[in-house]
Design a protein around this ligand. Structure first.
Ligand code: ADP
Ligand code: ZN
Ligand code: ZN
Length: 753
């Protein structure tokens, strides 16, 4: 190291390398402008990349002569606040993911690839001195230019494009351009003005409902710890008024001049929820979700970061949004799988939110009618307060749930006589019926009755689903499409059967059975058009004597006041999975779907068609409810040392040949086995109980033409898991041969089989 103090800047560069990069500052750059969170342009290999400043140091492990200089500073103000930088550093280390990619993922797209994107604020146009002194009579024939000048003359503060547009017409934008070229008009970017006294302005639009005892008790418990880190689980049956509890809690936060972040599942972001927030509060509320374009996302990000937005409701990636006055985080439907990202960085927004709340020393509330085993475990171990709501709010009562034994019953296209009769009874009372089938399309399999040929996808280990309306076969995994064959492609026989039921087929059957009744099918195929889902939900909410058919999409969050019968057509599909989490998922699904019945005065009824009425899990759930089911499930997990009583990571590998992924995972297995030995014998080393399970093929080994395999690591100590992984990655990263497969690490995997 040289004696002279060096100005070295550490940055996160978007590359798959798991490290920070050091750069020097040239004399042309003022070191004071290089602050953490500011974007810089850096030379990288033969290109230039946009990187984020993490900090400055005076030491580096790299040979000083090899260090290059930062080319340019892109922002005057940091685009990421210190707390978010800290959070992203944690994400990179916890998920063992390249830090540059972590920062890349967290930033709005425009910040990732546009050098100028950070000019926060709005452009204002104004007259230059040149124009003030010029003789405007030269412009007699340039009517539009003249008109723009006249408008600007009266606005010394400048005007936005929108303001100009309100008085100009025709090709005025071209005229404006000419004026700019002549330097008669110039533009200036101004920061949006945030009303400083907005906090004192009116916060509540409409008062909340009069809370029942349980709700009030929950709100009281929450308000005892509303300015420090405190995690609570609101475990309340569907319709028990959890949202109402959040709203009361949020009101207190807003009155303390704090911002609130609400995370919701991907399809939980319903207009109903947003309306409820907007009805209640008059502060600025925005939603952040995948349906927005890049410019909209960026704008919301900036408004949250400037403090203008007081309540931000968003899906998982919203957890990275800077919010300077953040006072609390709420995670609704916390059990939902969509909080876990299943590609790229496989992060859990829930876990990141818990870390963020802890760092910021603020409360966090998780809510669900079917809490995850992880959250219930945290409650058991005293790390989370367990607040229960047992009763439905208002006048609604919980529905009755029954099994329909379909063994030996004649099924009319998947529907038993018992079910058809029930539907008739409910319709006769002018009520709605909801039929749940978790499969899209018409039939999931096409079969040749002569030779047994089955419609397989040639790129995946999966069957092609027949979609009747489009009259084609489609793979739901790689999206391959094929026209419907008229005869068997193997033997030429013309007799092909459509096996199994998708929602499209359920719709057809139901229309035939109940020709007088309105039928609404809600799944991904019928809701592709923008606004389609919203319209259908409105139809469903207001309608009487209707049959609603749907997938997962209908299971969550929606409130259909007229639904009194909910039927799950095929529960057996989910009963025999080898994934240890499958029963939890199925129980959550059953309870969530059931929760759509009897939401108001009318009593609801729920039926499940099964040919396994003796199934233990189903009976536990029916007799003891979700909480009884959860107690039993947690006991089993403890017995078998499965999460949350142990920690897992899954190494996934993908290659164009089976042997390649196998060789890679085999190599990881060997490396980890020796790491384990070293760990156990090292100084102060404790016994390492890590188990390596695999390599085995992925549940769908072939997908979109690639072969995939996996290796599971499980330990009783989180620290050991991370230790082994860090060392493994160090070894793998210097091994050229290993780089030939595509591999990833999934910490706390949610779907392992
Ligand atoms: P959850 O979020 O638990 O499903 P919600 O907060 O959406 O429950 O409440 C379910 C229904 O009960 C809503 O229609 C809501 O307006 C109503 N509700 C909630 N709390 C009360 C209350 N204290 N008094 C009357 N109705 C209530
Ligand atoms: Zn055939
Ligand atoms: Zn496919």
């Amino acid at each position: 190291m040289s004696e002279k103090k060096l100005n070295i800047v550490q940055v996160a560069v978007p590359t798959p390398l798991r490290r920070k990069f050091d750069y020097l500052l040239s004399d042309a750059i003022n070191p004071e402008h290089v602050i953490p969170g500011v974007r810089v342009l850096v030379p990288f290999g033969r290109t230039k990349k946009i990187a984020i400043v993490l900090g400055k140091t005076s030491e580096t492990e790299i040979d000083i002569k090899k260090l290059r200089c930062i080319s340019k500073i892109l922002d005057k103000k940091p685009v990421l606040s210190e707390d978010i930088i800290k959070l992203l550093n944690w994400v990179a280390s916890y998920y063992h993911h390249p830090i540059g990619e972590v920062f890349q993922t967290a930033l709005p797209v425009h910040y990732r690839n546009k050098e100028s994107a950070s000019e926060q604020g709005i452009s204002f146009w104004f007259l230059t001195d040149l124009a003030q002194q010029a003789d405007w009579d030269q412009l007699k024939r340039a009517v539009r230019q003249r008109s723009i000048l006249e408008q600007l003359k009266n606005a010394p503060e400048g005007l936005t494009k929108e303001q100009l547009a309100s008085e100009q017409e025709g090709q005025w934008q071209a005229a404006l351009k000419v004026l700019c070229e002549k330097q008669w008009v110039a533009s200036k970017i101004k920061q949006p003005v945030v009303e400083q006294n907005e906090h004192d302005a009116k916060i509540v639009n409409n008062p909340g409902l009069f809370l029942n005892e349980e709700q009030q008790a929950a709100v009281d418990a929450l308000s005892q710890n509303n300015t420090v880190y405190f995690a609570s689980l609101i475990d309340g049956i569907t319709g028990s008024g959890k949202t109402e509890v959040y709203l009361s809690f949020i009101e207190a936060q807003l009155k303390n001049a704090r911002q609130v972040l609400v995370l919701v599942p991907e399809i939980g972001l319903t207009p109903q929820l947003i309306n409820r927030f907007e009805y209640r509060f008059s502060v600025k509320i925005q939603t952040l979700h995948s349906g927005l374009n890049n410019t909209q996302r960026m704008k919301i990000w900036q408004q949250a970061a400037s403090g203008e937005i007081r309540i931000l409701i968003g899906t998982r990636s919203a957890v990275f949004t800077p919010m300077p006055d953040l006072g609390a985080i709420i995670i609704d439907e916390e059990h939902d799988l969509s909080f876990k990202q299943q590609d790229g960085i496989r992060y859990s927004a829930k876990d990141i939110a818990l870390v963020r709340a802890n760092n910021a020393d603020i409360p966090i509330i998780l809510g669900s009618a079917t809490p995850s085993m992880e959250s219930l475990f945290l409650c058991q171990s005293g790390k989370m307060a367990h607040l229960k709501l047992h009763k439905r709010a208002g006048n609604a009562r919980a529905p009755e749930v029954h099994l329909i034994d379909i063994r030996g019953q004649y099924l009319q296209h998947g529907m038993s006589r018992t079910l058809i009769d029930l539907i008739k009874q409910h319709l006769a009372r002018e009520n709605q019926v909801l039929l749940f089938q978790n499969r899209r399309g018409y039939s999931p399999v096409l079969l040749c009755n002569k030779c047994g040929w089955i419609s397989h996808c040639h790129r995946c280990d999966a069957k092609l689903t027949y979609h009747r309306q489009r009259n084609h076969l489609r793979c739901h995994h790689c999206l391959t499409e094929q026209p419907l064959p008229l005869q068997c492609p193997e033997c030429g026989h013309g007799d092909l059967s459509q096996l199994g039921m998708g929602t499209e087929r359920v719709e057809k059957v139901v229309r035939e059975l109940f020709p007088e009744t309105d039928v609404v099918r809600i799944d991904r195929d019928t809701t592709q058009r923008k606004g389609a889902l919203k319209n259908m939900l409105e139809l469903a909410r207001d309608g009487r004597q209707q049959i609603l058919i749907g997938t997962q999409m209908l299971a969550k969050g929606h409130h259909f006041p007229n639904v009194t019968l909910v039927a799950i057509l095929d529960i057996d599909q989910g009963l025999y999975s080898i994934d240890y989490r499958a029963p939890e998922r199925l129980a959550q699904l059953i309870v969530q779907v059931s929760g759509r019945a009897g939401r108001e005065e009318k009593k609801g009824q729920v039926v499940l068609q099964t040919s396994h009425p003796e199934d233990e899990m189903l009976n536990t759930l029916l007799n003891l409810g979700y909480s009884g089911f959860a107690v039993k499930t947690l006991a089993e997990r403890k017995e078998l040392l499965l999460p949350p009583y142990s920690y897992q990571a899954l190494i996934r590998a993908e290659a164009n040949k089976i042997e390649k992924y196998q060789a890679f995972l085999e190599y990881c297995f060997q490396v980890m086995t020796s790491i384990k030995q070293i760990l156990s014998t090292e100084d102060g080393g404790t016994d390492c109980d890590a188990q390596f399970l695999g390599p085995i093929p992925a549940p769908m080994e072939k997908k979109a033409g690639k072969f995939r395999g996996q290796l599971l690591i499980q330990t009783s100590q989180r620290k050991q898991l991370h230790h082994i992984l860090s060392r493994l990655i160090q070894t793998v990263e210097v091994n050229k041969a290993a780089q030939r497969v595509h591999w990833s690490i999934d910490i706390d995997p949610q779907e392992i089989y």
